[in-house]
Ligand binder design. Structure first.
Ligand code: TMP
Ligand code: MG
Length: 303
C-alpha cells in the first residue's frame, strides 16, 4: 500500500476506497511494464466524465440536457421527469438484482425515446440546447481548466491512447458537449444511442440497437470491428459509475490487464460493498477527475 500511494499520491485521498490495494498495485505495474502503446481507455459518459452534482444541485445527463431545453414542450418535460422519478430510484436500488432491473430499464429508455421522437426535435437546435445547458465535465480539485477533463482528454490524445466513450445517453448530445469543451480529439470514439433525422432535419427515430445501462455487453459485442482494430492494446483502463458499466470492456480482444475505476455518486452506504467488490478503485462522492488523471499519468510515465 505504501509504495502504491508513493507512486500515485492521489490514491491516499480519503474518498478513495480499494478492496485489494495490492492487486491494484500489481495491475498498475503490469500495465506500466507493457507500455502505454498497449493501453486503451473505455469510459462511461453521464456521471462518470460529467459531474453528478454542483453546488448541491444535480447535474444533467444527456437526456436531461434535452429535457431542460427549449426543444422539448412543457408537457413532454413533465412526462420525462415522471419517468426519471419512477425509474432512477430503480436504477440505483441496491436491493434489486440486475436481472430484475433490466426489463424496467428497457421500459424507461423506450418510453423516453418515444417521447423525444414525438417532439420532432430539429438537429440544428441541438448545439444551442447543449450550449445553454448546465452540462459539466468533471474538473480537478483546483477547478482549473487544465486540471480536469481538459488534462484527461488532451493527455490521452497526446499519447495516442484511444478513448472509447460508451454511453447509454445520447451520442449526438454527448459529442456536442465534448466538442463545445474543445476536447473531441481524433483518438475519441463513441458508442451510444444516435438520433436519426429525416431529410428536413427532424428527429424521426433512434438508430440501431438501443443501449441502456444494463446491456453494454451486447453493445460491445456488436462493435467487434472497433475492438479488432485495437487488438494490439490488451490493457484497459475502464471508468464508470454504474455496475452495468463493467461490461463495457467485454468486447476487448485477449485482454491482459484491466483497472476499473468506479464513481460511487449516490446511495453510498447501500452500494459501497458491491462497488468495492467489482471496481478496483472506488471514488466516493468525489466530483473530480484527479484519480483517473493521476493513473493515466502514471501509466504514461508522465509526472
Ligand atoms: P451513461 O451510460 O452515459 O451513464 O447514460 C445513462 C444515464 O442516463 C443513466 O444514469 C440514466 C440516465 N437517463 C436519464 O437521465 N434520463 C432518461 O430519460 C434516460 C432514459 C436515462
Ligand atoms: Mg453513467
Amino acid at each position: 500500500m505504501h509504495s502504491l500511494t508513493a507512486q500515485i499520491p492521489e490514491l491516499s485521498n480519503s474518498y478513495v476506497c480499494m478492496k485489494d490495494p495490492q492487486k491494484v498495485q500489481e495491475t498498475l505495474q503490469a500495465m506500466v511494464k507493457a507500455g502505454s502503446n498497449t493501453l486503451q481507455v473505455i469510459s462511461d459518459f453521464d456521471m462518470t466524465l460529467t459531474r453528478f452534482a454542483y453546488n448541491g444541485k444535480r447535474c444533467p445527463t444527456c437526456h436531461n440536457i434535452l429535457e431542460n431545453s427549449k426543444v422539448i414542450s412543457d408537457d413532454c418535460k413533465i412526462k420525462l421527469d415522471e419517468l426519471l422519478k419512477t425509474y432512477y430510484p430503480i436504477e440505483i436500488d441496491a436491493s434489486r438484482s440486475i436481472e430484475e432491473k433490466l426489463p424496467l430499464m428497457v421500459e424507461w429508455w423506450t418510453k423516453a425515446h418515444e417521447l423525444l421522437v414525438a417532439q420532432r426535435i430539429r438537429k440544428d437546435l441541438l448545439a444551442t440546447a447543449v450550449h445553454e445547458s448546465e452540462a459539466k465535465l468533471r474538473q480537478g480539485h483546483l477547478k482549473l481548466f487544465l486540471d480536469g477533463f481538459k488534462l484527461f482528454f488532451d493527455h490521452l490524445h497526446k499519447h495516442c491512447i484511444p478513448l472509447l466513450i460508451f454511453s447509454a445517453g445520447i451520442g449526438d448530445i454527448l459529442e456536442e458537449v465534448i466538442r463545445q469543451a474543445g476536447v473531441f480529439h481524433s483518438n475519441v470514439n463513441v458508442f451510444s444511442n444516435y438520433m436519426d433525422f429525416d431529410e428536413s432535419g427532424m428527429l424521426k427515430a433512434f438508430k440501431g440497437e438501443l443501449i441502456h445501462i444494463y446491456n453494454k455487453r451486447e453493445g460491445a459485442l456488436l462493435n467487434t470491428g472497433h475492438f479488432q482494430e485495437l487488438r494490439t492494446r490488451p490493457n484497459v483502463l475502464l471508468m464508470g459509475d454504474s455496475l452495468g458499466d463493467l461490461a463495457m470492456a467485454d468486447g476487448v480482444h485477449d485482454m491482459e490487464n484491466i483497472l476499473r475505476i468506479g464513481y460511487l455518486n449516490d446511495k453510498v452506504e447501500e452500494r459501497k460493498q458491491s462497488y468495492l467488490d467489482s471496481y478496483d478503485i472506488v471514488l466516493i462522492e468525489n466530483e473530480t477527475l484527479d484519480v483517473p488523471n493521476a493513473v493515466v499519468h502514471y501509466l504514461t510515465g508522465s509526472k
